[in-house]
Design a protein around this ligand. Sequence first.
Ligand code: ADP
Ligand code: MG
Length: 347
Amino acid sequence: MRKTPSKPLGELALIDRIRHGSTRRATRSVALGIGDDCAILRPPAGNEILVTTDLSLEGRHFLRDRHPPESAGHRCLARGLSDLAAMGATPLAAFLSLALPATMLSTKRSLDWVDRFFAGLYHLASLHNAPLAGGDTSESPSGLILADILLIGSAPRGRSLRRSGARAGDALYVTGSLGGASAELANLLVRRSPYRSVNNLDGHPHLFPAPRLAVGQALLRRSLATAAIDLSDGLSTDLAHLCESSKLRAEIEQAALPIHPLARKLSREQALHAALHGGEDYELLFAAPPDQRIPRIISGVSITRIGTLKPRRTGQPEITLIEPSGRRSRLQPGGWEHFSASGKTTG
Ligand code: ADP
Ligand code: MG
């Protein structure tokens, strides 16, 4: 009787392709990468390990007919890298579990999507020394693509930036600018034809976000921040997380918010909404003591003071927005879950 191969040929061929695209040399952090039963990692002495995973689902996190495959690969890795950045960690290795529809594994033409997905992922991985050191591959019975990224990072023991370390009186800062990702997404959804490819990744905050690893690492190394979080769900939602973890409340100066040029093309109200609630900017939000001097630029990224943390009192809103006129209003968390069928907020 002929033995049925334990894995369909398409899967094995795919792993081969993935392996050939990845760095085959052992890196400083990866003693053994793709090809064996486990990868072997070597964290620097005196460091501890940080782990984060993020699911990217077709239809929820990207659209096959709208996002260039390179963008889907880039965004998949960027989400994990941004979590490491938020804690000041340095990437050691990435692992990717991938479920693909059978049709994508069968023909050379359909493998094109996969190759371009990995080109996008590998490009970002090489920028941040985050070698793909393993993963798993399976056919997706639903016909939808699913990519689950696992990132392993390291940071000096006990020094990682947490959400919970802020103190009353600390100033709040953000990196880069806000609202760009949601403004670009809105354009993407109404474009008549989808993007074929993008040559310059700069200026595409939704398609090719830039996780702020160097800033996070500098904040940790120079002991500048008391707490940090990355802006994945939107300022209003992620600031609420930081406030809850640190048991504080926040006041935000509307006029201080750095609005991304793409969002500035919208109406003033829409631009403000994008900056406060848009999500997926993957900037960092951090707190620092009021007497701590914070450079205006860290690792080439602009840093803007946007508000202050205050002691929490019952009856007071968790986040207060101070308008240019001085009018104060309660800011409700309103992070938006893109492409969600129910259109629910992430909360
Ligand atoms: P096993 O059955 O022992 O888990 P696999 O055949 O699934 O091994 O995988 C073989 C090698 O290829 C492993 O080193 C695994 O980490 C790697 N690999 C499988 N799928 C992927 C993927 N999607 N991305 C990166 N590496 C992968
Ligand atoms: Mg396996």
